[in-house]
Design a protein around this ligand. Structure first.
Ligand SMILES: Cc1ncc(COP(=O)(O)O)c(C=O)c1O
Length: 328
């Protein structure tokens, strides 16, 4: 079995290509605290604490073949992140869905990366900064054509991964990783570390050498047919949840528990998961070829292909009706 060339299909198959849109939305569409605007003209007020202090939470859902995937799960995770960070979404779930759907329609995107956030907003007049109710939280969203953080070529040969030596993931006791947040500096700098080491991606451990997560993605490994992924220290990824369900479907035993980095180095197969890439096979970890054989493993390939074929059949999807205009 070979890896489905999902990116190629998204860009070329008539069922996936963009439908008509106004030229100003060619880069995408945006919504800023009540106003729809084309992405090129979307701007953040500079003193929003989301910008100056990373004081925000966000989420990303994807659309493929005209279906949002697991929209309700993303909306729920987002509301839970707001609660954890004492932020309030000014819009209900229903209103949020309407805004996101309008943006997808404006961009004419059958394949879309759909981002939204609630920020703390501005410092309250009078400087009452210790009272969360004194802030007026702000809502931002944008839609761009789908972003594949690991392209067809990379997924077909597998990613060369570095276990970061310079960074650990911010501990959950500092910033709760289950609330999707803007604290990305450890993740970002580990990517630059990977680049310096001639690798393509990084993964971060905690202070005791247990795996947490990778920049924008969760990590899985397979040993003797059993699937392992960390139970803590990471975002509870929606693609991770999906992968666990698919693994169950094909009869794989699953262990969601603390996973030591040594287990990754001794794995038969491994992969990363993300909304912006699906299931992304790993080829090497710190130069060790997993399973002693280059390229994606068999079970990883099976999961990868199931993920896209089921999505394109409408599995857990919410169809976007492109025949009616955005209600803005
Ligand atoms: C830090 C982090 N971990 C994991 C993930 C994967 O989560 P999901 O599958 O919901 O996209 C992301 C997604 O952006 C992320 O930012």
């Amino acid at each position: 079995m070979s890896i489905i060339q999902a990116q190629h299909i998204m860009l070329n198959d008539p069922a996936h290509v963009r439908v008509a849109y106004e030229p100003k939305y060619s880069h995408g569409s945006a919504f800023i605290n009540g106003t729809y605007v084309d992405l090129d003209n979307a701007a953040i007020p500079m003193s929003d604490l989301g910008f100056t202090q990373a004081d925000a939470c966000y989420d990303v859902v994807s659309v493929s073949k005209g279906y949002f995937f697991r929209l309700e799960d993303h909306l729920e995770r987002f509301e839970s992140a707001c609660t954890k960070f004492q932020l309030t979404n000014p819009y209900t779930k229903k209103q949020t869905t309407e805004i996101l759907t309008n943006l997808v329609k404006q961009a004419g995107a059958k394949e879309a990366y759909v981002w939204w956030a609630v920020t703390r907003g501005f410092m309250p007049d009078g400087g009452d900064r210790i009272n969360p109710n004194a802030y007026e939280n702000r809502f931002y969203a944008f839609v761009v054509p789908y972003v594949f953080i690991s392209n067809d070529e990379q997924r077909a040969r597998g990613i060369d991964l570095l276990v970061s030596k310079q960074f650990i993931r911010i501990p959950p006791e500092a910033v709760d990783p289950t609330a999707k947040n803007f604290h990305w500096m450890d993740l970002k700098l580990s990517l630059f570390e990977a680049n310096t080491a001639n690798k393509e991606w990084s993964v971060l451990c905690d202070a005791s050498g247990y795996l947490t997560e990778a920049p924008g993605s969760n990590i899985f490994l397979i040993k003797d047919g059993v699937l392992y992924t960390p139970d803590s220290g990471c975002l509870e990824g929606i693609t991770r949840k999906t992968t666990l369900e698919l693994a169950k479907e094909i009869g794989m035993p699953i262990h969601v528990e603390r996973v030591h980095v040594e287990q990754l180095l001794n794995a038969d197969e491994a992969f990363l998961t993300s909304t912006a890439g699906g299931i992304m096979p790993i080829n090497t970890v710190d130069d060790t070829v997993l399973g002693g054989k280059a390229g994606p493993g068999e079970l990883t390939t099976q999961l990868h292909n199931l993920y896209w074929t089921k999505r394109w059949d409408g599995w857990l999807g919410t169809a976007v009706d492109y025949s009616t205009p955005a209600n803005v």
